[in-house]
Ligand binder design. Structure first.
Ligand code: OSB
Ligand code: MG
Length: 376
């Protein structure tokens, strides 16, 4: 079967509040969306890119370019099987290098398209014959704050809202003293930190001094390309290291586990180049007894729903960064919005496709650039 069209949209969404990490602050996101159309049905995907290459080398412009000039023409020329369209796309580009977020956006759209064509849920397609959960525990990720009072207020609010794990962004100078105060004020809450590559190997002793606070994990303390450095650090720390920015492929995951560079992996399909590769990382970690959890990229509802479907797989054993739409957006582009129940769980839609309506009216209001690539 042929894909009739791939529609690209660049939208700008302003966030409820600024989100600050060790690599800077974000107040407005540039989001690339893809809609795939075939056989009278359509499917939506979102790339994790932003306007600036901070977390990743990709940005909205490179994502657009890679999709428009390379992925889309090859996809439109390809004869796809009627089942397994997403994995077939991953095969089609297996010899092309990187640009995981561009690939992931298109791949998501194709999985959702197939779910709609076959009238099954995206969750069912992702899971294949694996078991799934219908409810997923959710954690919240809180940005770096200048003022401890503001941070404490955000933690209290998140706990009141039911979030089942608190992740705090840290950077050198905003770490040990902050965690000490949080433990003092909030006691034994499920707590972890994310350094977003903010530390050098020489700063290992700072991270070592977090051990007594019994954090669930330290996410990505060192540079993205320093797997051996993480192995050295993990040997010194009691606290488990979780890798995020270092893992872009099944091979990276295998390398990190072989080196004992981490005890956990944060899976973001956008960073790993799509669901096919993300599922391979999930299965590898399951085989090795290493738990994974689902990370986020401040997605709109479209990416969020894809993440929720993926996070329902069995080795996603810890709360994911899958917070409610309203945590980041005044108004989301899906209906209904994603909500987190008072017990801190999100329900996985078990109806056709993504299970929520995509609000094209809202997309039209937010769009700054669009194009439609079609069969010629
Ligand atoms: O490192 O996990 C990260 C947001 C943007 C870029 C990187 C990260 C994050 C988050 C928030 O921590 C995740 C989310 O709630 O979407
Ligand atoms: Mg992270």
């Amino acid at each position: 079967m042929r894909i009739d069209a791939l529609d690209l949209y660049l939208i700008k969404m302003s966030m409820v509040g600024e989100f600050v990490t060790s690599f800077g602050g974000v107040q407005e996101r540039e989001i690339v969306l893809v809609r795939a159309r075939a056989g009278g049905a359509s499917g939506w995907g979102e790339s994790g890119v932003d306007g600036v290459p901070l977390y990743s080398y990709e940005d909205a412009a490179t994502c657009w370019h890679i999709i428009e000039d390379f992925l889309a023409p090859a996809i439109l020329a390809h004869e796809f099987p009627s089942e397994g369209i997403g994995p077939a796309m991953a095969d089609l580009f297996s010899s092309w290098r990187w640009h995981p977020m561009a690939r992931a956006a298109v791949e998501e759209a194709l999985w959702d398209l197939e779910a709609n064509l076959r009238e099954v849920s995206v969750q069912r397609l992702y899971a294949g014959d694996r078991e799934t959960r219908q409810r997923i525990p959710v954690g919240i990720s809180l940005g770096i704050q200048e003022d401890f009072g503001h941070l404490a207020a955000q933690i209290s609010e998140a706990l009141d809202q039911g979030y089942r794990r608190i992740k705090l962004k840290i950077e050198p100078g905003k770490d040990v003293a902050v965690i000490e105060k949080v433990r003092h004020q909030f006691g034994d809450i499920p707590l972890m930190v994310d350094a977003n590559c903010g530390y050098t190997r020489e700063q290992g002793p700072i991270l070592k001094s977090l051990d007594p606070f019994e954090l669930l994990m330290i996410e990505q303390p060192l540079e993205h390309d320093d797997i051996p450095g993480h192995a050295d650090l993990q040997a010194e720390l009691e606290t488990p290291i979780c890798l995020d920015e270092s893992i872009h492929s099944l091979r990276h995951a295998r390398l990190a586990l072989d080196y004992d560079a981490c005890r956990l992996i944060n899976i973001k399909a956008s960073r790993i180049g799509g669901r096919t590769e993300a599922l391979a990382v999930h299965d590898l970690c399951a085989d090795r007894g290493v738990p994974v959890w689902c990370g986020g990229m401040l997605e709109s509802g479209i990416g969020r729903l894809h993440n929720i479907a993926l996070a329902s797989l069995p080795n996603f054993q810890m709360p994911g960064d899958l917070s409610a739409s309203r945590r980041y957006w005044h108004e989301d582009i899906i209906e209904p919005e994603v909500t987190v129940g008072p017990d801190g769980f999100v329900e996985v839609p078990d109806i056709v496709g993504l299970g929520h309506r995509v609000r094209e009216d809202a997309i039209q209001r937010l769009v700054v650039r669009s194009t439609s690539l079609r069969q010629t």
